[in-house]
Design a binder for this molecule. Sequence first.
Ligand SMILES: [Zn+2]
Length: 368
Amino acid sequence: MKISSITLVVILIIPTFLSQSCSSATYSLEDIKMEKIERSSHYKEGKFLNLNKTPGFEFGNMAKTFWEFMFNNNEKKPEEMLPTQQIDFTLITNGRPGELKVTWVGHSSQILTMDGKIILTDPMYENKTALIGPSRYNGDVPLNLNELPEIDIVVISHNHYDHLNIGTIEAIHEKVKHFVVPLMVGAELENIGVPREKITELDWWEETHLFGKFMIALTPAQHFSGRGLFDRDETLWGSYVIQGPYHKVFFSGDSGYFDGFKKIGLKYGPFDYTLMECGAYNETWHTIHMFPEESVQAHIDLNGKIMQPMHWGTFDLALHDWYDPMIRAAKAADSLGVTLSTPIVGETITIDENLKTDRWWEVYTSEK
Ligand SMILES: [Zn+2]
């Protein structure tokens, strides 16, 4: 049995099996605005809830998934290194008003240079998701943290290890002006020394305005949270609308496909660019991670113009072939007339100038 299989069993199956009955938060509730949390319509008896029912694993499914883990022959990691570029921070710091640049650091970590500000999504700049978690299969993180410029905003979608990386936050927080997180996630940042005044916690559909011209809204996602065996769903999860004076971007976080995308599209669309999770799916946990065809449909529901699939090509977190997300997303995008943005890890692209749409992964797969 491979390490990654053990990891996934620990991270996904065991917490799910043990969830709901135990409560042992690892963070202090002091100073948290409990009134606001208890007012939340999707908070009940100490746990946050999805808008739709998302059943946990049933025993039959668990056994099937375990069997699949042990004996599947899928190409979960590439046989050779995929192309990457070392991040060139001079490209990131010279953003002009009216310009949107996107740099994929891998997985769900993106650097947006948007209308003159620098915004990070789910910064995860370590080579392992956790002590026993999977390692990056595509080499080291393509950036030198010493070169990281001052960051205006960091948004974090939820507290799973591959999205909220404590080592990264410790390394960068003094360079960050402001963090925006879902309800209850702020305590995790405070525990490692991020000053409370630098953290804004949002409930779904809440907005915060920063630097005069930037609006960040936390919007719903269909997922779950937890960093241990006994804290499932004690902190909120979500997606983000990031709006500057000239551009609007959607960042999906992790989510199953649900009718929330249409609601977000109606309220905040159209979007110049959507960053959509597209990877780590399985029939067994289909309600909390989308199939690639659904990621494309969600982009359409959001009224997005250009879609970049993410949450693939970095960590081995599921059972599918490493390239399956992109083969399927590309096919769905072609049939639905969606433009897919497909930078390699570390590459900085400028929307409207040098959008990359080539299907570079095909060279590294046997499937076309
Ligand atoms: Zn997650």
